[in-house]
Design a protein around this ligand. Structure first.
Ligand code: ZN
Length: 390
């Protein structure tokens, strides 16, 4: 005989007695249960059965199966007491009823059908088949909270599918439907657990709105989850505001002004670095001895890839100059050769890399390569600094 599901008619029932109909390892089936199995997007209940922890609850068409933390001491035929963890159950009831309410308002005000629902451990989402602006989301949140404060009754009824009318979403099932009605707001076929009046949903917070393919994913939290999330959001904002010695309300303006200022400083810094690189390379060029082939060969380290490129550019336009620059993060070698040096930077660097390996390339004047590690750099530099054999 199928498990009698006590939560269908009383979602506030947390303690019950039942007869064990089957035990298979840690899996237990009962003649009746108040434990909700994972289904319809809602997660399973936890609690204790005959004193042992219930860690999962599953179902098939007929039966509910309780998965225990360890094999039970009782066997088939025994009478056991089940206790459902009320905190977890009530939290699920709040999220689930809040979802019905939000889906109903989205349907009625924006003609936006709910396509799917996900109830997560931290927050829940529903996907609607319509675009949704932040302003519209805020209006829906406000309307939901109005209805919640109105404390409308939420009732469960069992109706024949053929006769059940004005459902938000037509049910594909036949036979008896379990219908959850929020008085004057919504009628939906649903097998989940719900609160008995909208006031028990507690506050609803609509949070992230994300366009997802041709849907909009709406994140929402109800009850103490909404308060905890708002608290965490406030704490994060307060920390940011304190670090900028401003108030939370001033944060958006100050953060975008700071970002603009950083962009402008970065641009200024890049120009200064390029200018400094020009002077530095000229100085190195001036101080270097000409080789037997009349070329000045200079090697110098740079602090960053950006500075390395700036040095290379400046070097490539000097007279009879070959410049070998390095930087250690990431291990990089750059070769710059002036047009009158007779050196092809791209070809020379490729030859010098030899067996060391590396990724990069360049043209006749400027070539650059990252190598696997810094130990290879010194050998490659020595190779490039050597004048070609006559
Ligand atoms: Zn439901």
């Amino acid at each position: 005989m199928a498990t009698d599901r006590l939560y269908y008619t009383d979602s506030y029932l947390t303690e019950f007695t039942a007869r064990v109909t089957a035990v298979n390892g840690v899996q237990v089936q009962l003649d009746r249960t108040a434990f909700y199995p994972t289904s319809g997007g809602q997660q399973f209940d936890t609690g204790r059965l005959g004193g042992t922890q219930v860690v999962d609850v599953t179902q098939d068409d007929e039966n509910v199966t309780h998965v225990l933390a360890e094999a039970p001491t009782f066997g088939a035929g025994a009478n056991v007491t089940g206790v459902v963890d009320w905190r977890r159950r009530f939290d699920h009831m709040q999220q689930h009823t809040g979802q019905h309410l939000l889906s109903a308002i989205l349907h009625d005000t924006l003609d936006a059908p709910t396509v799917s629902v996900h109830f997560g451990d931290a927050s829940c989402t529903l996907d609607v088949g319509a675009a949704l602006s932040r302003e519209a989301a805020a209006r829906i949140e406000a309307r939901a909270n109005e209805i919640i404060v109105g404390n409308r009754p939420v009732a469960v009824s069992f109706e024949d599918a053929a006769a059940a009318s004005s459902l938000r979403k037509a049910s594909a099932r036949s036979g008896t439907l379990r219908i959850v009605t929020i008085d004057g707001v919504d009628r939906s076929a649903c097998g989940g657990t719900h609160v008995r009046a909208t006031g028990e949903i507690g506050p609803v917070l609509v949070r992230r709105i994300e366009r997802y393919k041709n849907l909009t994913r709406v994140e929402f939290l109800c009850g103490s989850r909404a308060v905890a999330r708002a608290r965490a959001d406030y704490d994060a904002l307060a920390r940011m505001a304190a670090s900028l010695t401003t108030g939370i309300d001033e944060l958006p303006g100050l953060v975008s002004a700071n970002a603009e200022s950083v962009r402008s400083l970065q641009s200024e810094c890049r120009k200064l670095m390029e200018s400094l690189a020009t002077y530095r390379v000229r100085e190195l060029h001036h101080a270097a001895q000409q080789g037997a082939d009349g070329i000045r060969r200079v090697a110098a380290p740079a602090a960053s890839p950006g500075e390395l490129r700036a040095l290379g550019h400046s070097a490539s336009i000097l007279e009879r100059m070959v410049f070998v620059g390095t930087c250690s993060v990431p291990p990089t070698v750059l070769l710059a050769a002036s047009a009158d040096s007779g050196v092809n930077a791209g070809a020379a660097l490729k030859a010098a890399l030899g067996a060391y390996g590396g990724r990069g390339g360049g043209n006749e004047r400027l070539a650059q390569c990252t190598v696997p590690d810094t130990t290879a750099l010194a050998a490659i530099v020595a190779n490039l600094m050597r004048p070609p054999a006559r």
